[in-house]
Design a protein around this ligand. Structure first.
Ligand code: BGC
Length: 476
């Protein structure tokens, strides 16, 4: 069968009705993917975040962020004792990096704005040099034909606000509105694609419940409050963007994981539902107007205590798109002694599949399951995969990085995105995490996620085999 015949066959089968799902998935994996399979309007890009690439941590009037503070004063929390003071030095090298994106045919770049460059104290006085920096970045993107997709908040709260309680202070709703208002007024004419948050299910529990990320708090009460305030900020930020950005495409992003129960024991099945409520629904459901998933996750009662009159309406926001970010899946079992969630994960190494350098299981079908899951919500907006990718220990050999595992990972996950799309899911784009190797939070610089290798001593960029494949794929 020729490739064209094969694709026609898939199309004719519509929602994969005749072929068993596993056979269809297999076929998609072995068949070389083409950009055109995804349609002409499908959005392709790579993603980064301010703290992970910029460096210039205290330059040109920038204030301290919680990640500056955390890496400087709680060094032991970073496995390698490193920090993002310099990172990829994107602050000084953005021009050549964006030129490289263009050379690699990358049509869109998702990046975030560092709040403390714009408002060094979090609120009040605006730092014009910070505003100017992102004007330069955005202008350069536009010049190189790279469409900017801007995330308002990718985990780097101004430290001055953390000192007032950070996300656990209800004033955070006001602070966030002020910040989003400033950046959307500044850039709204040039940037049309906006995301309010990056992965609330990561920064809220990691920062306030288990303390492994900035600001490093372990405090149930702060966690519950922060969940509710951040939910409220989704609506608040979304509304500010909607009113300031004419013709804007306003979304937000969620980390998500396909969840399986370890076995069919009723307690484990219930644990899987609880895990799903915690990992996949805690922020998403209230934003969709469904309230907290209290029935499946009773701990939500503690969050509901913080709902004030009038909040229910404001928690909901009609986003233009939802960003899904997926890396791995989770297999869980009931474990009563774990507070709040009462479940634990089966370690990835026991699951029998390949693992990435983060110790995460490679499980391509998970992304298909998640697209199906979120597509099934009533009135769900279109989906965009705003992050997917893998860390592997890459080495430069004679000027080349032969990252075959990452390349296979991307192809296998993409095949599953296509599978969901061919079955009718409204998925409109795919961004690889990440454009280049960068500061991987509490893991330091060891895990390399980039399509472009970075030598952190010389700042030399080397396009990896996966990056070369992506640029060829995009060129077609
Ligand atoms: C985050 C990125 C992070 C990546 C890999 C996502 O959770 O948005 O900042 O580097 O995953 O861990």
């Amino acid at each position: 069968m020729t490739r064209e015949q094969y694709l026609r066959l898939i199309a004719a089968l519509g929602a994969g009705s005749l072929l068993p799902q596993n056979v269809l998935a297999e076929l998609l994996t072995v068949t070389e993917l083409r950009r055109s399979d995804f349609g002409t309007n499908f959005i392709w890009g790579t993603a980064t975040a301010a703290y992970q690439i910029e460096g210039g941590w205290n330059e040109d009037g920038k204030g301290e962020s919680i990640w500056d503070h955390f890496t400087h004063y709680k060094k032991q929390k970073i496995k390698t004792r490193e920090n993002g003071d310099v990172a990829c030095d994107f602050y000084h090298r953005y021009e050549s990096d964006i030129e490289l994106m263009r050379q690699m045919n990358i049509p869109a770049s998702r990046f975030s704005i560092a709040w403390s460059r714009i408002l060094p104290q979090g609120t009040g006085a605006v730092n014009q040099r910070g505003i100017d920096f992102y004007h330069r970045v955005i202008d350069k993107c536009l010049k190189e034909n790279v469409t900017p997709w801007v995330t308002c908040y990718h985990w780097d709260l101004p430290q001055a606000l953390e000192e007032k309680g950070g996300w656990s202070n209800r004033d955070s709703i006001k602070w966030f509105e002020e910040y989003v208002n400033i950046i959307s007024n500044a850039y709204g004419d040039k940037v049309k694609n906006w995301m309010v948050f990056n992965e609330p299910m990561a920064f809220v529990p990691l920062g306030y419940l288990i303390g492994v990320h900035a600001p490093g708090k372990v405090n149930f009460e702060k966690f519950y409050k922060a969940v509710h305030n951040v939910v409220m900020c989704h609506g608040a930020g979304g509304r500010v963007l909607r009113s300031n950005v004419k013709g804007g495409n306003i979304g937000t992003t969620f980390s998500c994981s396909h969840i399986d129960a370890k076995n069919d024991k009723p307690a484990n099945l219930k644990a899987a539902k609880r895990a799903d409520a915690f990992i996949n629904r805690l922020f998403f459901d209230p934003i969709m107007g469904l309230g907290y998933p209290t029935q499946d996750l009773p701990a939500c009662k503690q969050i509901e205590k913080h709902i004030q009159p009038g909040d229910e309406e404001k928690m909901k926001f009609d986003f233009d798109f939802i960003g899904l970010q997926n890396y791995s899946r989770m297999m869980v079992y009931n474990l009563g002694l774990i507070p709040i969630i009462h479940f634990a994960n089966v370690p990835a190494k026991k699951l029998g599949n390949d693992m990435t350098d983060m110790g995460w299981e490679v499980y391509p079908e998970g992304i298909y399951q998640l697209i199906k899951k979120y597509s099934a919500y009533k009135d769900v907006p279109p989906l965009v995969i705003t992050e997917n990718g893998a860390a592997f220990p890459d080495v430069v050999n004679n000027g080349e990085v032969n990252d075959t595992k990452r390349l296979q990972f991307i192809k296998d996950y993409l095949a599953q995105v296509l599978r969901a799309k061919n079955e009718g899911a409204d998925v409109r784009g795919y961004f690889i995490w990440s454009f280049m190797d960068n500061f991987e939070w509490a893991e330091g610089y060891r895990p390399r996620f980039g399509l472009v290798h970075n030598d952190f001593t010389t700042q030399k960029r080397t396009v990896k085999a996966s990056g070369k494949w992506f640029s060829e794929f995009l060129k077609a």
